[in-house]
Design a protein around this ligand. Structure first.
Ligand SMILES: [Mg+2]
Length: 185
């Protein structure tokens, strides 16, 4: 079986972070309004410490949805590949509060993907050290390393990367789970 690394946020589930930022700011930003990887860059600098406190009291995964068809395709992939859900858990704005985020991620995975065992979770910051033949992530730098197939899952922050640049970096764009299904199953 080939080893398959799959990211969590903005690949198998999403929406929670933007919802919390909007709740905090009293705004109605959409994904189209975000131009960097870190959604919280929408927050003015002087509000960042209040934001960190606000975030620490919330569970982002109370507001997060599983992306369409992710459940079914993951269930099938789990039979055909040695699958690892690989996710970063450091909260950039207050690193010492990251343990709560890690717990919330763990609980969300257990609850929503009961066919994936906790032994298949990898909580890390550096995905390059994870040796898998196939990797799926929405952040291009998380696909660094020598995987044989690197699938870049389309997200707000990577949608404008031109095809030539993807090709140069050996990245194959996938826009949804139906496309992953076609390539890997
Ligand atoms: Mg991600």
């Amino acid at each position: 079986m080939k080893k398959l690394m799959i990211d969590m946020d903005d690949v198998i589930c999403g929406g929670g972070f933007l919802k919390l930022v909007n709740d905090f700011l009293g705004t109605n930003y959409k994904e189209e309004d975000i131009h960097t990887y870190y959604i919280q860059d929408l927050i003015p600098k002087e509000k960042m410490s209040d934001w960190a406190k606000f975030f620490a009291q919330k569970n982002i995964y109370d507001y997060t949805q599983v992306l369409p068809n992710a459940y079914n395709v993951l269930e099938e992939l789990n039979k055909k590949y040695e699958l690892y859900i690989t996710t970063a858990y450091i909260f950039r704005d207050d690193k010492e509060k990251s343990s709560e985020l890690l717990k919330n991620k763990f609980d969300y995975l257990i609850k929503n993907f009961p066919f994936i065992q906790p032994e298949q979770y990898i909580f890390t910051s550096n995905k390059e050290i994870v040796e898998c033949q196939i990797k799926i992530d929405d952040k291009p730098s998380n696909l660094d390393g020598d995987a044989e197939l690197k699938l870049l899952f389309t997200a707000y922050h990577n949608r404008n990367i031109p095809d030539e640049e993807l090709k140069k970096n050996n990245l194959v764009r996938v826009n949804n789970w139906n496309e992953i299904q076609k390539i890997l199953l």
